[in-house]
Design a protein around this ligand. Structure first.
Ligand code: CP
Length: 317
């Protein structure tokens, strides 16, 4: 496995996470740095995506790299029966780093075992979405001025939501208090609750999205009920609209509250929230560009804050 691969947020130490956030800040402040001239990035998306793929591709383009890849595996030789292993080996012949989203949990880890080039997990089933976590942390840091000691309320599909799974793991370093708001069918899986217990993280489970929970939160992290993960469509129909945030519910919320959502949304955030200054989900998605610039550079062993990199690129900015 290439040591620069990013498969799970658990692959990163606290110091590494904070350093990537510093790099993201630097890229936000310095948009024109062509540190990846001559590099080629592959984006292999076996599952649909808007933000993740386009922000990774924009990040690579802005850094001077070229991008190849696909957004629909049906247009590739996967549809003729080519295995994931063969696809990864082939693509590794052409590029310097692979960004991959796959519907199978563990697919990104498997990819790292069949190639020497770095692999960035852009989401594997219900498992992990580490680049989303970096942009979520960056968004929390920008809006709260800190990552420590925050009350974070996660709402909706906590069973299949890889973004909340990754975020819990990253926040273990920052003494969070979690509210998990979900119905029985979409409760936070036991392994993540055990993770909280093992790491001394406080959490409370709720079935109701109450005013008390909203008013005590620093961050509300809404999630979509993911139809594509259900095998029983009747169960999906029963739970899909259980939790919905409306502007009127925010009247007595904390001044510092920000509403996050990895997007896309369906019905879980009413459009009347969009104009509330506490709505931050579109800026959050924009932060993904800077976070992913930092993540691609890290995968390629380029530290934009290192003195030699600074003297080579920043002086020519
Ligand atoms: N947040 C996120 O992963 O969005 P996409 O599915 O559009 O990439």
């Amino acid at each position: 496995m290439n040591p620069h691969s990013l498969v799970s947020i658990a692959d990163l130490t606290k110091e590494q996470i904070l350093h990537i956030l510093d790099q993201a800040r630097y890229f936000e402040d310095h948009p024109g740095l062509k540190v990846l001239d001559g590099k080629v990035v592959a984006t292999l998306f076996f599952e649909p995506s808007t933000r993740t793929r386009l922000s990774f591709e924009t990040a690579a383009n802005r850094l001077g790299a070229r991008v190849i890849g696909f957004s629909d595996a049906n247009t590739t030789s996967s549809s003729k029966g080519e295995t994931l292993k063969d696809t990864i080996i082939m693509v590794s012949n052409y590029v310097d780093v692979i960004v991959m989203r796959h519907y199978l949990e563990g697919a990104a880890r498997y990819a790292t075992e069949v190639t020497e080039i770095p692999v960035i997990n852009a989401g594997d089933g219900s498992n992990q979405h580490p680049s989303q976590t970096i942009l979520d942390l960056y968004s929390i840091l920008k809006t709260q001025g800190k990552l420590d000691n925050l009350t974070i309320t996660m709402v909706g599909d906590l069973k299949y939501g890889r973004t909340v799974h990754s975020l819990i793991m990253a926040l273990k370093y920052f003494n969070p208090t979690f509210n998990f708001v979900a119905c029985d069918e979409l409760k936070m899986p036991v392994e993540y609750k055990e993770f909280c217990v093992m790491n001394g993280i406080k959490y409370v489970e709720h079935k109701d999205f109450t005013q008390e929970v909203i008013n005590s939160s620093d961050i509300i992290y809404m999630t979509r009920v993911q139809k594509e993960r259900f095998t029983d469509i009747v169960e999906y129909e029963r739970v899909k609209d259980l939790y919905s945030l409306h502007n009127s519910m925010l009247v007595n919320s904390r001044d510092n509250l920000r509403i996050l959502h990895p997007l896309p949304r369906v019905n879980e955030i009413s459009y009347d929230v969009d104009s509330n200054p506490k709505a931050y989900y579109f800026q959050q998605a924009k932060n993904g560009l800077y976070a992913r610039q930092a993540i691609i550079c890290n995968a390629l062993g380029i530290d934009i804050l290192a003195p030699d990199v600074q003297s080579k690129y920043v002086s020519h900015e």
